[in-house]
Design a protein around this ligand. Structure first.
Ligand SMILES: [Zn+2]
Length: 404
């Protein structure tokens, strides 16, 4: 696979659909109107399959590449050659700097109505490059109800050259009124072999290592790449997977719980710190900090308010990253026990973990206790979004794991 769609392993059907739509979009721009579409070059509604439409919903499990697919489609729509992957336009889309691409990534737990209204206003503008004005909205499921209503209006009455690309885990995560106005693109979980192939070809990772990382990441390309390339990510995973062997009795179980929570917090801190400081720096520069002259004092007073807003947003993002990181660790743990269960019942499925790690625990326990352990992990995952203190929830889980 070449061009802008090359980072979508195992998504051949989706890629074929998007390539066809991008060609239809190009035809609309050049004045030909093959199927539907009005005189203004406005794309037809979602009902006509195969062609172009102005609202798309990319769905698929975490890591399947919804936002990668949406980004590639945006590049194909904006590229004069239909998505070559080489030209300045394609590079700008992937760098997130293209003037006709609005990237929306909700950083807090929800996306509000005021932000959405601003976005709708900006989305209605004319494309500077003469092709399309594209809004790529990641995690569109985080819209509040009012925000979704504001969004619905924009999608119901689209500006002629505006294309909405929404991403969400599943179509059911959006209100039916929005869903029904979008063409739904469903990504599948790619096979480990397909993911490994990308790591080998694109990142130069050695085949055995690439396949192990791809299996551990269960089809999540970004995570597989991190596991193969980032030693600290691999170490954190190893720490999580030591838990099953550690939870032998009360004391070790509690200390395993503490380690689990601390590891997740460290990872979350590393992620957010990397983002926070450059944002604060950019804001200070925007307000002209360090310069002098008329109006600077007034600007500085304005900055205090903007800085407070930014810090509130960063705080809300930090909470989300912390929760997501711990959840990721719990999923890894659940997957470890799922592998154990598969081994215990003799099922022929691809295992995410190495057999030598699984065997001692598989032979020392029963499928029934493995199931109870998986349930304990899932219960803990359900408690965390309810504002239960993470350490308490994880301790309770670790105790259940030790009881078997
Ligand atoms: Zn291009």
């Amino acid at each position: 696979m070449t061009g802008v769609f090359r980072d979508l392993p195992g998504q051949d059907a989706v890629v074929a659909q998007l390539e066809k739509a991008a060609a239809a979009a190009s035809a609309l721009l050049s004045g030909a109107r093959p199927s539907g579409g009005d005189r203004g070059g406005r794309p037809p509604g979602p009902a006509q399959p195969g062609g172009m439409t102005h609202a798309w919903l990319f769905t698929g499990p975490p890591g399947s590449g919804r936002s990668v697919a949406a980004r590639a489609f945006a590049a194909a729509l904006l590229c004069p050659s239909g998505g070559c992957g080489e030209c300045p336009s394609c590079h700008q889309v992937f760098a997130g700097t293209h003037a006709d691409l609005l990237l929306v990534r909700p950083e807090g737990l929800s996306y509000g109505v005021k932000q959405t209204r601003d976005l709708v206003l900006r989305a209605a503008g004319k494309p500077t490059g003469g092709r399309w004005q594209i809004v790529l909205f990641e995690d569109a499921d985080r819209c509040t109800e009012q925000a979704a209503n504001a969004l619905l209006k924009a999608i119901e009455e689209p500006a002629p050259r505006t294309v909405w690309l929404l991403c969400a885990p599943s179509a059911e995560d959006l209100v039916p009124t929005i869903r029904s106005r979008c063409r739904v693109v469903t990504l599948v979980v790619p096979s480990s072999e397909a993911v490994a192939r990308v790591l080998i070809d694109r990142d130069g990772i050695e085949p055995a290592k690439a396949l192990a990382a791809a299996r551990a990441a269960q089809g999540h390309v970004g995570r597989a790449r991190r596991l193969a390339l980032d030693a600290s990510a691999a170490k954190r995973r190893a720490d999580v997977l030591r838990v099953p062997a550690q939870v032998t009795s009360l004391g070790p179980a509690l200390s395993a719980a503490a380690t689990l929570v601390r590891t997740a917090e460290e990872e979350a801190k590393a992620v957010t710190e990397e983002l926070d400081e450059p944002e604060r720096e950019a804001l200070r520069r925007a307000f002209g900090e360090g310069s002098s002259g008329k109006g600077v004092a007034k600007a500085m007073r304005g900055m205090a308010g903007a800085m407070k807003d930014l810090e509130d947003r960063q705080k809300s993002r930090a909470t989300r990253v912390k929760r997501d990181t711990l959840d990721q660790a719990l999923l890894e743990l659940a997957l470890f026990y799922r592998d154990i269960l598969m081994m215990q019942v003799g099922a022929q499925v691809e295992l995410a973990n190495s057999e030598s790690d699984l065997r001692p625990i598989a032979s020392a326990s029963t499928p029934e206790s493995t199931l109870r352990r998986i349930q304990a992990i899932m219960r803990c995952r359900e408690l965390l979004p309810l504002n239960v203190a993470p350490l308490l929830a994880v301790e309770e889980m670790a105790l259940s794991l030790s009881e078997g």
